[in-house]
Unconditional design. Structure first.
Length: 419
C-alpha cells in the first residue's frame, strides 16, 4: 500500500508537458495485435494500466521492447488467443483486447473484466455488437468463448455511444472481408487516434469523431510503422484544476486545444484566465473560484473523467454548484472522503450539490478510484496542513509521475510506502 503525503498551501506555478493519453494508449496497444509487423509507439504513458496491457500482450505472443522512451511491439508471432482471468480482472480495458484478438486469430477466450469502482460497468454492448458482427459467443463457467468464422456485412447501432464498445467493433472488424458501419458511435478523440493508427497500418476506417463510422475490412495489416499517441486530455484538465485551486498559474505544452475546450469553458466560468496557443495552454487563477454547474456527457460534452476533479475545485468556490453525473451511476464515492476535508456536499441520485467552503482542512483520506483519487490530491494541495492519501495504487493506474510533475510545479507532495 502506498500513500501520498501532501502539505497544502503551495501554489502550482510554472511550465510542464502533458503525458500521452492513457485512454488512447490502451486501444492503440490492442490495435498493434492486428499488425503482423513491428509497431513503434511514442508517448505511451508509464503507468500501471499500460504495464498490465504489456503483460497480457506478451502472453499472447507479442515481443515488447522499450527503447529511449519508445515502445516497440513485434506482433508477428501471436500464438495465443486466451486472456487469463487474473489479468482480465486487473483492468476494465482488458476487454478491448477481445476485439483485437478476434480480428487477428478469429477466436478469443476471456472472462468478465474487473473494475467496478465507479459503477457496474457491464460489457453487454460489446457482446451484443460481437453477435451483430456474426461472432459466435458461448459462456461457460465464467469464461466467454468467441469464434469469428465469417463476419456479417451491415450496420451496428449502439444503444449508447460506449467508447469501449465502439473501439471493440473497430478492432474486431478491421481484418475481415466485410464492410461494417457503426451508428451512434462514441465520438471521443481517442477513437480518432485509434482510426489514425489502424489506417497507418493499412486499414480502411472513416468517420471516427462522428456518430457514423465505416470500417471497410482488409485482408491483412503488415507494416513497420511509428505512431505518436495523442496527449492525455484528462491529465491536462487535472493540472489546470491544480493551478486553479491553488491560485497559481501554469503553462502546459503538447496540448490538442480542441480536445479540452469543454474543460476550458468551465474553468473560464469559474473565473480563471486562460490563453490558448496552437499546442499550448496557460491558466492564471488570481481570485477565489466561482461556483458553476456541470453535466457530464459523451464527447463533445463535459467528460465524466473530469467530474471528480472539477468538483474538488468547486468545493472551495464561492457559491453553490450543481454537478450531474450522466455516464456512470456510482461516481461520487470520493465525495465521502472530500467531506472528511470539510467539503459541504449533498448527493441526490446522480446530482451532487456542492456548497463552496473557503479552504479544505487536511485529513487522512483514501483514494476510492483513479479520478476520485486525483480529486483528493487537488483538495490536499489547497488544504491547510498535511493530508495523507492512502490507497494511491488507483491513482498510479492512470497518472504518469503525477507527484514528480506537481513537485516540479511547486507542490509539496511525496509518495510513501505504506499507509
Ligand atoms: C471509457 C474510458 C473511461 C471513461 C469512459 C466514458 C478508457 C480506457 N476508459 O471507458 O475513462 O470514463 O470511456 O467516457 O477509454 N455501458 C454499458 N454496457 C456496455 C458498455 C458500457 O451499459 O457494454 C455503460 C457503462 O456502464 C457506462 C456507459 O455505458 O455507464 C459508458 O461506458 P463506456 O463509454 O463504455 O466507457 P468505457 O469504454 O468503459
Amino acid at each position: 500500500m502506498q500513500s501520498y503525503i501532501i502539505k497544502g498551501g503551495e501554489k502550482i506555478e510554472g511550465k510542464t508537458n502533458s503525458s500521452g493519453s492513457k485512454n488512447s494508449s490502451l486501444p492503440i496497444l490492442a490495435a498493434t495485435i492486428l499488425n503482423k509487423g513491428k509497431t513503434t509507439l511514442k508517448n505511451v504513458p508509464n503507468i500501471h494500466d499500460t504495464k498490465i496491457m504489456f503483460d497480457i500482450m506478451k502472453l499472447l505472443g507479442c515481443n515488447i521492447q522499450e527503447e529511449k522512451g519508445k515502445i516497440i511491439i513485434d506482433s508477428r508471432n501471436i500464438d495465443n488467443y486466451e486472456i487469463p482471468d487474473e489479468l482480465m480482472r486487473q483492468m476494465r480495458s482488458s476487454v478491448i483486447l477481445a476485439g483485437a484478438i478476434l480480428g487477428r486469430c478469429k477466436k478469443a477466450t476471456f472472462s468478465y473484466p474487473g473494475g467496478c469502482d465507479i459503477g457496474s460497468r457491464p460489457i453487454d454492448l460489446h457482446l451484443k455488437a460481437f453477435k451483430d458482427l456474426g461472432i459466435d459467443i458461448k459462456e461457460e463457467n465464467g469464461e466467454i468463448y468467441c469464434q469469428a468464422d465469417d463476419m456479417l456485412d451491415g450496420t451496428i447501432t449502439l444503444d449508447f455511444p460506449s467508447v469501449g464498445a465502439t473501439e471493440n467493433i473497430i478492432l474486431a472488424a478491421t481484418l475481415s472481408n466485410k464492410t461494417i458501419c457503426i451508428k451512434n458511435a462514441a465520438m471521443e478523440p481517442e477513437i480518432v487516434d485509434l482510426q489514425n493508427i489502424i489506417n497507418k497500418m493499412g486499414g480502411n476506417i472513416s468517420g471516427a469523431g462522428t456518430k457514423d463510422i465505416k470500417i471497410v475490412g482488409v485482408e491483412k495489416l503488415e507494416k513497420e510503422l511509428e505512431y505518436e499517441v495523442m496527449p492525455d486530455r484528462i491529465e491536462i484538465g487535472t493540472l489546470l484544476c491544480a493551478a486553479a485551486i491553488t491560485k497559481g498559474n501554469i503553462n502546459i505544452k503538447n496540448v490538442r486545444i480542441e480536445h479540452i475546450l469543454p474543460i476550458v469553458y468551465k474553468l473560464e466560468e469559474m473565473g480563471c484566465e486562460i490563453t490558448l496557443k496552437e499546442k499550448e495552454i496557460s491558466l492564471i487563477s488570481k481570485n477565489r473560484l466561482k461556483a458553476c454547474n456541470i453535466k457530464t456527457m459523451p464527447y463533445p460534452g463535459f467528460p465524466t473523467d473530469m467530474q471528480p476533479i472539477i468538483a474538488s475545485a468547486l468545493g472551495v468556490a464561492k457559491g453553490t454548484s450543481i454537478v450531474v453525473e450522466n455516464i456512470f451511476e456510482n461516481r461520487y464515492k470520493y465525495l465521502s472522503e472530500l467531506k472528511r476535508m470539510g467539503a459541504k456536499v449533498a448527493i441526490e441520485g446522480r446530482t451532487a450539490i456542492i456548497k463552496g467552503i473557503k479552504r479544505y482542512d487536511s485529513a487522512k483520506v483514501e483514494a476510492t478510484d483513479l479520478r476520485g483519487g486525483a480529486a483528493l490530491i487537488l483538495a490536499a494541495l489547497n488544504a491547510n496542513g498535511k493530508t495523507i492519501i492512502s490507497n494511491v495504487g488507483y491513482i498510479l493506474r492512470g497518472y504518469e509521475n503525477i507527484d514528480e510533475k506537481l513537485r516540479k510545479l511547486g507542490a509539496n507532495i511525496y509518495l510513501r510506502e505504506g499507509e
